[in-house]
Ligand binder design. Structure first.
Ligand code: NAX
Length: 327
């Protein structure tokens, strides 16, 4: 049997955690041959609830699940982690300004970045889910001295999946017929789901869906505001779909991207497409056989697309300014 992969998950007793841990233990992320050890982190007040999750995980009797560790000590939770999924963060409280939310979460991600750097496996791959995820990942990355900053990412895969679902419904095709539909920018309403380079069954998307008003109007708005729509309908934020997107993100980082497909990942900008270098920004990427991602080059962007991308970059620069003392 292969050596187990150690997967650290923060916020593990939360609602995303509850949808995320079981598929990981079942082999949905690393495949049916790969044992896993789950290293679950929670705040002290939620450790009792986390113990309940541990009992259920064990009661599933997953053949691949070698151990479950529950802790509120980051140095225990991140010890030798091969993958870290940073889901836990502080929610926005009543009357709280966005700037306060960003700064209060920043403190958490300084601590988690430092702890990862101190004790995780040197090749540990990290995905930040907890919001504001781009800036949280920027802060955590800034703490890396030993770990590879390129292994710090954040999640816009849910936004990509939401865009795919809208297009599939509109064109009446399965999601698998749609390729190269990528999300650019911040995981916030300024994100840009670029449909102009996408294809449906190999045809340009805009030929199949010949409806500019819908694409630039209802489609864009639905994707950008889907999180709020789900809260309005369910009374709680999206959880199962967010967990599934996190699974997609990590699984697709560990395997070569199929020819002709693009993934949306928040990664460090290298200046491509004029996005300021160093920002944590969602780009279309592909992953090679070594598990390294590459920004897709040579994409043609209209003036309107470029303006949307720059607008999201401006928002991220403003967020970076708010936390500059943590970088
Ligand atoms: P919950 O409030 O259900 O769970 C969060 C859990 O994290 C709680 O159990 C809490 O005790 C724990 N926690 C908080 N700070 C922690 C810390 N420092 N260390 C360890 N655990 C800690 O939230 P949930 O619905 O699971 O959402 C988690 C995060 O995902 C939120 O920040 C949310 O905004 C974010 N989301 C991000 C998405 C994305 O696409 N990037 C989409 C879904 C989701 O909104």
């Amino acid at each position: 049997m292969k050596a187990p992969i150690r997967v650290a998950v923060t916020g593990a007793a939360g609602q995303i955690g509850y949808s995320l841990l079981f598929p990981i233990a079942a082999g949905e992320v690393f495949g049916p041959e790969q044992p896993v050890i789950l290293q679950l982190l929670e705040l002290p007040f939620a450790i009792e609830a986390l113990k309940g999750v541990e009992m259920e995980l064990r009661d599933c009797a997953y053949p691949l699940l070698q151990d479950v560790i529950c802790t509120s000590d980051v140095e225990v939770g991140f010890k030798d982690a091969n993958v870290a999924m940073l889901v836990g963060s502080k929610p926005r409280g009543p009357g709280m300004e966005r700037a306060d939310l960003i700064r209060e979460n920043g403190v958490i991600f300084v601590g988690q970045g430092k702890a990862l750097d101190a004790v995780a496996d040197p090749n540990c791959k990290v995905v930040v889910v907890g919001n504001p995820c781009n800036t949280n990942s920027l802060i955590a990355r800034a703490q890396f001295k030993r770990l590879n900053p390129a292994n710090m990412t954040a999640m816009t895969r849910l936004d990509q999946n939401r865009a795919l679902a809208q297009i599939a419904q509109k064109a009446n095709v399965p999601v698998s017929a749609i390729k190269r539909l990528a999300v650019w920018g911040n995981h916030s309403p300024t994100m840009y789901p670029d449909f102009t380079n996408a294809t449906i069954n190999g045809e340009p998307l805009e030929v199949v869906i010949n409806d500019d008003a819908w694409l630039n109007g209802a489609f864009m708005k639905t994707v950008q505001q889907r999180g709020a729509a789900i809260i309005n309908a369910r009374g709680k934020s999206s959880a199962a779909s967010a967990a599934w997107a996190a699974i997609d993100h990590v699984r697709d980082w560990f395997r070569p991207t199929p020819e002709g497909e693009w993934l949306s990942m928040v990664i460090t900008s290298d200046g491509s497409y004029g996005v300021p270098e160093g920002l944590m920004f969602s780009f279309p990427v592909t992953v090679d056989a070594n598990g390294d991602y590459h920004i897709v080059q040579g994409i043609e962007l209209s003036a309107a697309a470029k303006a949307r991308i720059m607008n999201s970059a401006e928002e991220l620069l403003a967020e970076r300014e708010m936390v500059k003392e943590m970088l």
